[in-house]
Design a protein around this ligand. Sequence first.
Ligand code: ADP
Ligand code: MG
Length: 632
Amino acid sequence: MTAQAETHGFQTEARQLLKLMIHSLYSNREIFLRELISNASDAIDKLRFRSIAEPDLVAAGEEFTITIRFDKDAKTVSVEDNGIGMTREESIEQLGTIAKSGTAEFLSQLTGDQQKDAHLIGQFGVGFYSAFIVADEVEVFTRAAGSGQGTRWVSGGEDDFTVEDADTGRGTRVVLHLREDALDFADSFRLRNLVRKYSDHIAVPVRMPKEASAEDDDDEAGGEAQSELETVNEAKALWTRSRSEVSDDEYKSFYRHISHDFDDPLAWSHNRVEGKLEYTSLLYLPKRAPFDLWNRETPRGLKLYVQRVFIMDDAEQFLPLYLRWVKGVVDSSELPLNISREILQEDQRVSRIRTALTKRVLSRLATMADKEPDDYQGFWDQFGEVLKEGAGEDFANREQLLKLYRFASTAGEDGARNVSLEQYAGRMVDGQDSIYYLVADTHANAAASPHLEAFRDKGIEVLLLSDRIDEWFMSHLSEFDGKSFQDVMRADLKMPGESKDESQEDEEKEDDDPLTGRIKGVLAERVEGVRKSNRLTDSPACLVLGQFAMGAQMRRIMEATGQEMPDSKPIFEYNAAHPLLQRLNDEADEDRFADLVMVLFEHASLAEGGGLTDVPAYVGRINRLLLELLSD
Ligand code: ADP
Ligand code: MG
């Protein structure tokens, strides 16, 4: 160690991640090369971008390249770039900590099951630390563009790392001292294959020493050949090629490069647009939702290039928020190279590209739903909930979105969310002009709701919703194909064949029923009203929401955000034909009558997934009733 050497501990999360990664990614070891090349290519992109404003940072005519070397005897593999490099402080900061938000939460999701964890870590993005899967010591020689001082960073990947001054060229060289079980990576054939597999279509050339021919035992010539380099990847940005020239495997490999995903993409859409607004886009739909899909702070968006020059990652202005999981590249020939995030936000051209890309994604999904329904179902199970956000965010594409939504339903297999509105409409019964739905906190509660009884009885399908955002979601759907949406828990429910007037009449009639009056007397302030039900067949009673009252789900969400919600009272509907109600009608003892009515009310509330407001009082009532039952 030199005088300037200092040792630092890794950030706690970084230390945890290092350990887990080495443990769980053994069978995916080879991705270290993809990650190091990706960092090298990022570093070159950054310098290329900076040199637009500061041309002196790069020598005239200098070519940007990535070089991979190996040494079987020394047991090393190195990846070198002439990109932006790091200062000493930057190497401490960037290689010693994980800047990603949500890291702690991510770590807490890991299970210890190697396969599951490998997948999660893949989604998280393993990055630089993947070097330690194959190396027991990693050295990084780096010098920042424009700086005269180089740095050597070294670590065994356990608790700490050491930095010291070092002589080195601009850019970064990562030297891996291979673990005994990873020596097979110090091999020309292996490395070339990996470069082609993962990094063929990055825009930067990746070079390796030329292979000495096998018979060539002339020492001198052999030495020469070792030092001569050749390009081993395609080195042409994939999206700039025409669609017909690019194979599926190439598209997949490029996806892995930009997404760091372990899996293949589900689908992609590659388009060049010419004319008034020129740009190329390559959009990928992943197979699985990222672990941080619901974290609104997570960076998201496309990689933005302007005339092939990388401008920025995570350009979120090119897609609406509900499509934040789409990965890809947009390359525009019209935006200025010095465009900033702030300007992107206001630029008319950007918003026109965004409109077009949104349509592209939706139409790709529509094609999938049509032609590859199994793939689409897989997609919906992963991303359906986030696509529902579009109902409230994207009115322009309302029609397309409605066709993409899928639901669980009383007519479908239990719990499967695979019914489209088109299918539903095709199964509507004579006289039905609404699409019926019910929202509950779980699918099981939805499927068991008393509100469904009359619908089951009449063979009318009801959509069952139980995602966290469903009440909000349904409130944004106004109609599909001329049919309105009707919440079956609402007071204004109208069954097919029933006119509005009829249900009105019903309400009035109920008022003079003596039983209705007696029940009202007990429930009093707890309810908005009491009436005889036409929606129950098996259950004795249920609670109905006022037409404009806030549902239980929305109420819980609002309360969770700390907002005070005004009380909204339900309407108590009872099933006059039910034996319990008939028994109740004959009950002369007013105390017992009150106990029974309260229990019916409380059970109806439980069936909605609501709670009991006064558990001891409830238990007291049940105990009294049991005692009377036993002593009768
Ligand atoms: P990510 O690439 O997702 O940011 P990594 O773990 O791969 O995460 O890298 C962490 C950081 O280390 C990078 O963001 C970058 O700042 C720095 N870094 C890594 N490799 C290089 C390199 N070859 N040149 C310059 N900086 C690098
Ligand atoms: Mg990286």
